[in-house]
Ligand binder design. Sequence first.
Ligand SMILES: Nc1ncnc2c1ncn2[C@@H]1O[C@H](COP(=O)(O)OP(=O)(O)OP(=O)(O)O)[C@@H](O)[C@H]1O
Length: 274
Amino acid sequence: MTAPAIGPTFDGEAIIRVRGLRNSFGEQVIHDDLDLDVKRGEIIGVVGGSGTGKSVLMRSIIGLQQPDTGTIEVFGESVLDADVDDSVDIRRRWGVLFQGGALFSTLTVAENVQVPLREFYPNLDQRLLDEISAYKVVMTGLPPDAGPKYPAELSGGMKKRAGLARSLALDPELLFLDEPTAGLDPIGAAAFDELTRSLQRTLGLTVFLITHDLDSLYAICDRVAVLADKRVIAVGTIDELLALDHPWIQEYFNGPRGRAAVTSAERAATISGA
Ligand SMILES: Nc1ncnc2c1ncn2[C@@H]1O[C@H](COP(=O)(O)OP(=O)(O)OP(=O)(O)O)[C@@H](O)[C@H]1O
């Protein structure tokens, strides 16, 4: 069964297409008959209560979690049936920022950015690796002298940017971000949102964004997918979701934090339009 179709009919190209996904750990069923389409070029926010399986969904899509059943296509290719060569070709085209950044603590920022480059292009010479990593560091708003620093020498916001720089190392078409603004103060989080939006526009990225941050949803997401009851119960713009009579959706978007996010989004729109 597909998720309720709400809002405009989806007629664009699906860069991610998930059908009938089921994931379980022992007796615990996380997803059951989950469907989701992600359109090329959009920022899709993925929300849901804690433990509803947002990260497991992302891990399934990127091939780190073998589902019980279902199909997952990315770039029109089946992720689950891909042979080793196809799998490398697919993985080369996406970047991932895991929850917490997951930087290698014993490597500098530049070396962290070079990890995927070395993995996928083992013959690149060191000068080129240094040039590419320096470019990615600056692209994510870090000062150029951040390259030789170790993660422990960076602030929380800088670590996130370093993780983002690494996820962009291979010039991906598709970016997976798992709670990128968690742990940042509101100003740092807003700056990271702005960076995500600007990179998405400049580089023509599609972004799969798992977040609890209502401000991020309002500020940068084109559509939002809601996980509940083991599946995606609705996908649409926030206005479209607000029109649905689902208790979790109403509580989430219309609760005190949701209303505060609307106010701050309206304020930001007024300032940028002034
Ligand atoms: N490798 C694993 N083995 C067993 N259970 C797991 C494993 N990975 C995830 N789970 C369980 O699957 C459920 C969904 O986890 P997941 O991390 O996807 O939730 P989430 O929606 O991302 O939550 P949060 O918003 O708190 O990060 C949780 O109950 C979690 O304990």
